[in-house]
Write a protein that binds this ligand. Structure first.
Ligand code: UD1
Length: 422
């Protein structure tokens, strides 16, 4: 297995360009199945999750062609409405092909996505939403089978769960509702920018949608959608990771090019409060850190709150921030696998329920560590950038799921980082 090796302590300087958002791309790829006409999607990140979704679309019968960040999808007249375990189990987002296959074929059979290392990830909200639109759903032998013999019809769907709104359940129901008869209201809808990007794609396809970006989305079903061209929004989580990179080593000065700061307000607020200078630019942001940082109290929430997908990276920053910081996780209360690995590098983090108490220190020391999930991998790299000596991060296949050539991008900023092939 490949590993990443970082020699810490180097100031980062220069420019880095953000890729397209993985979490916007995946549901948009599924949405392209809602028509038999071809679609062209640009700014598609070259990451493993996209490769997995390409396999799923091919399995479903679509023709796909991906090169140089441009993806052509030709779903054709006949779709196979079956997504098997060996593909779905590797990536939870693949479950959002259920809504489009159900809407187009009147049925869909998709493997249960299974457990996840960041904690329990149920699908009850997806199923409740599709049932409200008239689907009959059974779960057998690890597969969700959904059918709508008389076609889907609009309804009022409340998608608030124990931990707030659900991003992919909103995407699934939104996609299915575009071809349902009548009007659908999604209440307590997720308002993440990725949901808005999906809605924008669907509107180009001919869907009638209002309220995307708010907690109430209204969809008037149409009979047919068409193929379109679309450019995916920048990845706010990748951008946020580079912003933290620009803050973690004193004396750094980094321009994160191509990001949309309007999607990163919670992070910008926290970085600024900590003493990092974040300067808005025409196309991106300049991050500078000179003095000592101040500790923080951070709680993750659905958008526009602080994103759970930047919690681990922010924790890496707080480990080198003198004083006591508290991070509370409200989306995935168990998403703290990076804590023990950061502690191996000399940080002092204690878990108290769904909160992490970070006793910040002035230095970390490089160590061999193990990545447990996608964002935890990024946090370990960030910690490695700040640590004295060498950090070796194992199991970086998690990283490759969602970051495009992160080691090359950080090298361009002057980091001493390399991938060591197995
Ligand atoms: C998406 C993102 C993921 C991010 C997460 C939260 C993609 C591909 N992935 O995942 O990177 O960490 O949003 O911002 O976009 N829940 C239920 N029942 C459900 C569905 C979810 O209880 O049917 C719970 C989850 O366990 C979690 C919370 O709701 O506690 C939010 O999860 P959700 O927004 O659904 O996450 P995903 O859409 O899977």
């Amino acid at each position: 297995m490949d590993k990443i090796v970082v020699e810490g302590g180097k100031k980062l300087k220069g420019e880095v360009r953000v890729s397209g958002a993985k979490n916007a791309t995946l549901p948009i790829m599924a949405a392209a199945l809602l028509t038999d006409e071809p679609s062209r999607i640009e700014n598609v990140p070259d990451v493993q999750d996209v490769a997995t979704m390409l396999k799923i679309l091919s399995f479903l019968g679509a023709k796909v062609d991906y090169s140089d960040h441009v993806l052509e999808i030709k779903p054709g007249r006949k779709l196979n409405a079956f997504a098997p375990y060996h593909l779905v189990s590797t990536m939870r987002a693949s479950f959002c092909v259920l809504g489009p296959t159900l809407a187009r074929c009147g049925r869909g059979e998709v493997s249960l996505p299974g457990g996840c290392v960041i904690g329990a990830r149920p699908i009850d909200l997806h199923l409740k939403g599709l049932e409200t639109l008239g689907a009959s759903i059974t779960i057998d032998h690890g597969y969700v089978r959904a059918q709508s013999k008389n076609g889907l019809r609009g309804g009022v769907v409340y998608l608030g769960g124990k931990f707030g709104s659900s991003v992919l359940a909103t995407a699934n129901v939104l996609m299915a509702a575009t071809l349902a008869r009548g009007r659908t209201y999604i209440e307590c809808a997720a308002c993440e920018p990725e949901v808005v990007d999906l809605a924008d794609f669907l509107v180009k396809m001919g869907a009638k949608i209002k309220g995307q970006g708010s907690h109430l989305i209204e969809i008037e079903g149409v009979r047919k959608l068409r193929g379109v061209q679309h450019t995916v929004i920048p990845d706010r989580i990748e951008a946020g990771t580079f912003m933290v990179a620009g803050a973690i080593v004193k004396g750094s000065d980094v321009v994160v090019r191509g990001c949309d700061l309007d999607h990163s307000r919670a992070l910008v607020d926290k970085l600024t409060q900590a003493g990092v200078v974040v300067q808005r630019m025409e196309s991106g942001a300049r991050i500078r850190r000179n003095g000592t940082l101040r500790p923080e109290d951070i709680t993750t929430h659905p958008y526009p709150g602080f994103p759970t997908d930047l919690q681990a990276q922010m924790m890496a920053l707080l480990t080198v921030t003198p004083g006591i910081s508290v991070i509370t996780e409200k989306i995935y209360p168990d998403r703290f696998m990076h804590v023990s690995e950061l502690n191996r590098m000399g940080s002092r983090i204690f878990l108290e329920g769904s909160s992490a108490i970070v006793h910040g220190a002035r230095r970390l020391s490089g160590a061999p560590v193990m990545a447990s999930d996608l964002r935890a991998s990024a946090a370990l790299i960030l910690a490695g950038l700040a640590a004295e000596g060498t950090t070796e991060i194992q199991r970086i296949y998690h990283l490759d799921r969602g970051y495009e050539r992160i080691e090359e991008k950080l090298s361009l900023l002057g980091a001493n980082i390399k991938r060591v092939k197995a």
